[in-house]
Design a protein around this ligand. Sequence first.
Ligand SMILES: [Zn+2]
Length: 261
Amino acid sequence: MFIDSHCHLDFFKKQELSKIISDNILHNVGHIVIPTINFTNFNKVINIAKYYNYSYTIGIHPLFINQYKTFNFLKFKNFLVNHKDDNHFVGIGEIGLDFSKKNNVDINLQEYIFLEQIKVAKNLNFPLIIHAVKSYDRVLKYLRKINFSHGGIIHSFHGSYQQAMNFIQLGFFLGVSGTITYKNANKIKTNISLIDNKYLVLETDSPFIPPSWLFNQKNEPKEIVNIAKALSNIKNITLCEIEKTTTFNILKALPRLSKLI
Ligand SMILES: [Zn+2]
């Protein structure tokens, strides 16, 4: 079976969900990891994950922190501690740093909130789901600074080969998304082709990052199979091999998943 390591299932309308779930069964998408992005969606994500026997990660996305000028870490930590024994809770994320100019979110605040969340993950022994845009080296700096050793996944990785190696050295896996299907994706395709398969996991990030054939329509988790096909072409190995390897890898990246699958 395929596992979608990053899908915002809570962004779909309630009436869309049952079709998505039956499509998943049809396409052999056996599991979805749903990351939170904001305090306001924590409970919604947890409820969806439990209802469908999927899993979730808890964290505050770097593009949703402006409203947390007076971020209450005690409240955040307590929330995590209260859920830490829940089998569906598999990591801290989606957290990270997004330095894209168009988003223009205060960098100091991003760094502060990112660092605090890594510290909590370290204390609770949870892996991370990391969102990084134009910030891979800074993310690496913080992971090294606090000696983070629980690994996790670099979501929709699009950095250099050297940056990939640096993350792998720190115990991270790299998320392969629909970006590998874009016409101008030569750089990421080349880098992915060079990275050992044992460090790759699949993701859709649906409803975002639509693969090229969707022409900006809403992405869905069943597309994981077509993304896997695109990856099997890049890697020149069978789809079955991609399925087996990436599913094995995600269980290593998010070890608590093995209690659910
Ligand atoms: Zn995401």
